[in-house]
Write a protein that binds this ligand. Structure first.
Ligand code: UD1
Ligand code: CA
Length: 453
């Protein structure tokens, strides 16, 4: 059976108080609508149609790379039924139509699979039972417990208002019948809207098989209307991600204090201390320890690496057995071959640090190739920028750079060379020799001034 998914996303989202359309606000770094689209894709649908309205161009632009998405504009928000009408011409081959909301981000694919499988060619409805059902459409059942219709909060009588089983909005219907039902909708109700929910009573009247399912958690049906709900769902989602990591064998010192905004791959015995942010694509090997307050963004960390507290690592890779931090910053293009030590207040950009080399304190290494076994002393700066262009520095194997040296690129330090502390190196330094540019030290007889009486 072919499924077509329609995602309703035309609502204004006024309560976000934002100039960004609601469905582009993010959870775990991904737009709300992106979560819904990804969940829909897990069903392998024949087509996905997004109904957009407010801020539509911005929304379309945000998903421009997903060229298979179809878009239907709902210029005026006249209700969920009206929204679905706009999508129908875009559905070509679907036999069953699954309706999702663009602002309900945490539905799990398993839940939708179960609903679709149960529904087959009938009518499927996802409901939840809430302690406080205020605002939701209530599920009205007959004495036999069979679902009859959905009544919206504003149209409900006192008895209906006491019903705690509510419509999540997620439903699955045969396309041919849906076209007919949508044609029969009217807006003679309290909100003067075309309610999609009214099609349920039509399906019941036609004797369709109605399948009702509930998700494992009500979180799966929760929508985002304001920033409080956004934050709450963010935390809930992060909680799920943290649990999945722990089930997979990752130690989290505090699962409430890790944020994942992207994909993480990890080996065995990874340990992560509190307040860590993993963003983009992060790959972590075996026996890696990540200290408190670290940010890893598009980073590859090999096995047996220790990242001490307060490091920021972005578009960088760290080879096996390295030790980084505390307070180190690896910027895009930093590549540590392995066994490296990078210490506090060291910044590395577009540079290779060879096997076993050390940059332990207060240094800037930019556009540099450092060989193996090099020791870079405290306060070393590669002067890579002349105000117009960037230039490279090359440091050969086993070189020793004395503290507080400035290496003015382009410059090459030969293998085994030693640079005396405090040197400003503007010309290539030969291999195996001591190069130093410091002024000669002198000692003079000299009287220190004293304070005038
Ligand atoms: C709707 C349901 C209600 C259900 C609730 C669950 C109807 C009539 N009511 O309520 O039974 O309990 O969802 O949250 O369907 N949208 C459009 N175009 C419109 C109106 C809405 O695209 O003209 C989209 C919104 O962007 C949103 C979704 O449809 O993603 C639901 O709209 P919303 O106004 O939040 O739901 P209600 O109508 O209050
Ligand atoms: Ca509404």
């Amino acid at each position: 059976m072919t499924i077509g998914v329609v995602i309703l996303a035309a609502g204004q989202g006024t309560r976000m108080r934002s100039s960004i359309p609601k469905v582009l606000h993010r959870i775990a770094g991904k737009p709300l609508l992106g979560h819904v689209i990804d969940c829909a894709r897990a069903l392998d649908p024949a087509e996905i149609v997004v109904v957009y309205g407010h801020g539509g161009e911005q929304v379309r632009a945000a998903f421009a790379e997903q060229t298979d998405l179809r878009w239907a504009e709902q210029a005026e928000q006249l209700g969920t039924g009206h929204a679905l009408m706009q999508a129908m011409p875009e559905l070509r081959s679907a036999e069953q139509v699954l309706v999702l909301y663009g602002d309900v981000p945490l539905t799990r694919p398993e839940t939708l699979h179960a609903l679709v499988d149960a529904t087959q060619h009938g009518f499927g409805l996802l409901t939840v039972t809430l302690d406080d059902p205020t605002g939701y459409g209530r599920i009205v059942r007959n004495e036999g417990g069979r679902v009859q219709r959905i009544v919206e909060q504003k149209d409900a009588g006192a008895e209906e208002l006491s019903i705690r089983e509510v419509n999540t909005g997620i439903m699955c219907m045969p396309r041919a019948a849906l076209v007919r039902w949508l044609g029969g909708l009217s807006n003679s109700n309290a909100q003067r809207e075309y309610y999609l929910t009214d099609v349920l009573a039509m399906a019941v009247a036609e004797g369709l098989d109605i399948q009702v399912r509930q998700p494992a958690s009500v979180l799966e049906a929760e929508g985002v209307n304001n920033r409080l709900q956004l934050a709450r769902l963010e935390r809930a989602h992060q909680g799920r991600l943290a649990e999945a990591l722990m089930h997979d064998g990752v130690t989290l010192r505090d699962p409430a204090r890790i944020d994942i905004r992207g994909s993480v791959e990890y080996g065995r015995d990874v340990e992560i201390d509190f307040n860590v942010l993993l963003e983009g694509r992060v790959v972590i090997g075996d026996n890696v320890r990540i200290g408190a307050n670290c940010v890893l963004r598009d980073a590859t960390i090999a096995s047996d690496v220790e990242i001490l507290d307060n490091c920021v690592i972005e578009q960088a890779s760290i080879g096996p057995g390295s030790r980084i931090g505390p307070f180190a910053r690896l910027r895009p293009g930093a590549r540590l071959t392995g066994g490296a030590h990078v210490g506090n207040f060291v910044e590395i950009k577009k540079s290779v640090i060879g096997q076993g080399s050390k940059v332990n304190h207060l240094s800037y290494i930019g556009d540099t190739d450092i060989g193996a076994g090099v020791n870079v002393g405290a306060g070393t700066i590669t002067c890579n920028y002349d105000g117009a262009n960037k230039h490279r520095t090359v440091i050969g194997d086993s070189a020793f750079i004395g503290s507080n040296s400035a290496l003015v690129a382009p410059v090459t330090i030969g293998a085994g060379a030693t640079i005396g502390a405090g040197s400003v190196v503007t010309r290539d330094a030969p291999a195996e020799q001591l190069t130093l540019t410091r002024a000669k030290q002198v000692s003079l007889n000299w009287q220190r001034p004293t304070k005038k009486k």
